[in-house]
Design a protein around this ligand. Structure first.
Ligand code: WTA
Length: 656
């Protein structure tokens, strides 16, 4: 491995540096050496179906599948004819082995309380809650909304749904009641599982209060189960609301796993797209689990004795696949932390790494950049020598942050897996294999065996190396989304129409001469703030729902820490004055409507928005303005130049 020498190398050169797998790591790895990987990739390329069928056979099947893939573009069905249960694969399978009393989850609450669940204990809790679900009238195919903090009841509830064949829809605890309502209604959920509250940066998030106002507008919700977390007193509606602990008291710990078809819907997860309301991305059973299990084992190179920690929130897809389903299917010990990374101090993560002797650590670039800002003294206070592998996900990582992560956290000895994927892909698609792939800081390196990723032009033709284009996936993969819940037309249009017949990711990318992928960010109007994916359309409609706002256009501008920051250009209703206080009111309004993740960093009032002659808002110009405070790009289609001049002048005035 090359030595660090960051001072006298230009950024471009840095990108060309290779970090080879350390020899000892490579020797012990599941996939060892680049030539082994190349062989596997070749097999996967020649016959992806065969490759994935082999991986699927490592799962426990109640009835073996007959057909690997039926592909009616854009609808895929994997492992047909089989019967399987995800919760049985994540739990029961381990109980006949020494893993029975192995820790499945090491949980730490933000206030410092802890809970350990062995595989046997987790199994028992899941079975009991599965019986609770049944007693509340939930059966196979019903949808269950889950709005919980990062507490063990969250994976228990998910696995209990999976056990009886109910489809869960987890809603991030940071979302507002409006957002929750919208998701309840879209999924037609029958049951909502929530908590009295959750801890976040020492404050209590009033989940039950939010849930109550959401349920008022969600007619499909019949009952609400409430976990006691904070102990605050909360209103309970008699006949509708039930305490988790009351229901669990009498629930039997015996609940056989329901034999489910491979294509049975496992979960819906709402995600932002470029237009309209959030999309309910639908994932099914066997294909999802196959890719989740294979990628977790090989990309994180899991060993029986590892302690693995993914810092994501289970409210996002990373938590679904790489806290719950992937790790548990592999019988690993996983750390789960309730709170914020910087609370009570910027070394909370490192304290936990030291305490639990974490071996594999998977986090987001935005967190890494925050840690860089706080300085090396925080990680340096702790013994991080247990770490042997690091990972990142969610957005491009700049080489500088990568190098810091590698050196300060990884002690220059840990490979970093930069994993590219999406809510829609269900599992990792592009990533190094840590014992095989030479790393380049900032690149996700190569697509996985059995995954056909490419960078193409508008017509679907691969572009020359070094050139930017659209990142696409050319063949179906097991964990792919099956549709958008209740809206197959939107599914087709959103992902399969850009380049007909090929899955379009919405990302721009280039491949270098070694075939390594470099993600250039989103091409559509999706903003990534601290790794959270937000649609500009949603934020705009939240702004416009305020009585004083006439029109709004939202764009992202680069932000050193959060990746992107939200800038909202707002025109007000006639007669309303753009006073500074209104800025704060509008930001608060967005926060209330969608959740604090979507609060704009900046509101800029303008008389009109720059539009094309056909009336389309020119977001490209606004993006340029928000970023560099001037516009150099092509403005020939602009209807009214004075709008632009005014906006530019307003920036110039501020800057004096
Ligand atoms: C971005 C998160 C660069 C990308 C799992 C993608 C990344 C979107 C990476 C999906 C990465 C994710 N490098 N960009 N390693 N991983 N992205 O649905 O733009 O929240 O399309 O899924 O995140 O975001 P989502």
């Amino acid at each position: 491995m090359k030595k660090e020498n960051t001072e006298n190398i230009t950024t471009l050169l840095k990108e060309n540096r290779l970090f080879h797998p350390p020899i000892a790591f490579k020797k012990a790895a599941h996939i060892s050496g680049f030539s082994t990987l190349q062989k596997l990739k070749k097999t996967g390329q020649k016959n992806p179906e065969l490759f994935w069928a082999q991986q699927a056979k490592n799962l426990k099947w109640i009835k073996p599948f007959k057909k690997t893939l039926v592909w009616n573009p854009p609808f895929a069905q994997w492992f047909l004819g089989g019967k399987i249960n995800v919760s049985e694969n994540c739990l029961d399978r381990h109980l006949t082995t020494f893993r029975k009393n192995k820790a499945a989850i090491l949980w730490e609450g933000e206030p410092g309380d802890t809970r350990t669940l062995t595989y046997a204990e987790l199994h028992r809790e899941v079975c009991r809650f599965a019986n609770v679900l049944k007693s509340l009238g939930i059966s196979k195919g019903d949808r269950v909304s889950i709005y919980l903090p990062m507490i063990p009841e969250l994976p228990i509830a998910m696995l209990a749904c999976a056990r009886i064949g109910a489809t869960h829809s987890v809603i991030f605890g940071g979302f507002s009641s409006e957002a929750l309502k919208e998701r309840n209604v879209d999924a037609q959920a029958k049951l909502l599982i929530t908590a009295d509250g959750g801890y976040r940066k020492g404050q209590i998030v009033p989940l039950k209060i939010n849930a109550d106002s959401a349920v008022t507008g969600s007619p499909s919700i019949e009952k609400v189960v409430v976990v006691r977390r904070t102990g605050e007193s909360v209103p309970m509606v008699s006949g509708r609301d039930f305490w988790w602990h009351d229901l669990m008291k009498s629930a039997s710990p015996h609940c056989p796993p329901e034999p489910l078809d491979s294509e049975h819907p496992l979960f819906i997860l709402y995600t932002s797209g470029s237009t309209g309301k959030p999309k309910g991305v639908l994932h099914t059973t066997a294909g999802y689990l196959t890719q989740a299990a294979w990628t977790t084992k090989h990309i994180f190179d899991l060993k029986e004795e590892d302690t693995y920690w993914c810092t994501a929130d289970i409210g996002w897809v990373t938590g679904h696949t790489y806290i719950v389903y992937g790790p548990l299917a592999n019988g690993v010990t996983t750390v789960m932390y309730e709170g914020a990374p910087l609370y009570p101090q910027p070394d909370r993560f490192w304290e936990l790494v030291e305490k639990y002797k974490v071996n594999i650590f998977y986090t987001a670039p935005t967190a890494i950049r925050t840690f860089v800002k706080f300085g090396d003294e925080w990680p340096n206070k702790h013994d991080l020598s247990s770490l042997r592998l690091l990972g990142t996900v969610g957005e491009p990582i700049n080489p500088q942050a990568w190098l810091w992560y590698h050196k300060v956290i990884g002690g220059s000895r840990c490979p970093i897996v930069d994993t590219w994927w999406q809510t829609e892909t269900g599992a990792i698609m592009i990533s190094p294999l840590p014992g095989a792939t030479p790393l380049k800081p900032g690149s996700g390196t190569l697509s996985l065996p059995g995954i056909q990723a490419e960078v193409v032009d508008k017509t679907g033709k691969p572009v020359a190396s070094g050139q930017g284009g659209y990142l696409v996936i050319q063949k179906p993969w097991p964990a792919m989304l099956r549709t958008i819940y209740g809206d197959s037309e939107r599914f087709k249009k959103q992902y399969w129409s850009q380049i007909p017949g090929i899955y379009f990711t919405g990302d721009g990318a280039r491949k270098d001469k070694d075939g390594y992928f470099w993600i250039m960010g989103r091409i559509d109007d999706v903003i990534k703030v601290s790794g959270h994916r937000l649609g500009t359309a949603e934020i705009e409609s939240a702004l416009v729902s305020h009585p004083k706002v006439a029109e709004a256009a939202v764009v992202g501008r680069p932000d050193e820490i959060t990746g992107e920051g939200i800038v909202a250009f707002v025109t007000l209703q006639g007669g309303v004055q753009p006073e500074p206080a209104l800025s704060e009111i509008l930001r608060e309004h967005v926060s209330k409507t969608i959740g604090s993740v979507a609060r704009p960093a900046e509101i800029r009032f303008t008389d009109t928005l720059p539009k094309t002659r056909s009336g389309k808002i020119m977001r490209r110009l606004l993006r340029e303005l928000a970023t560099s405070h001037q516009v150099k790009g092509d403005v020939t289609t602009l209807e009214d130049f004075s709008v632009l001049t005014k906006l530019q002048t307003s920036y110039e005035e501020e800057e004096g």
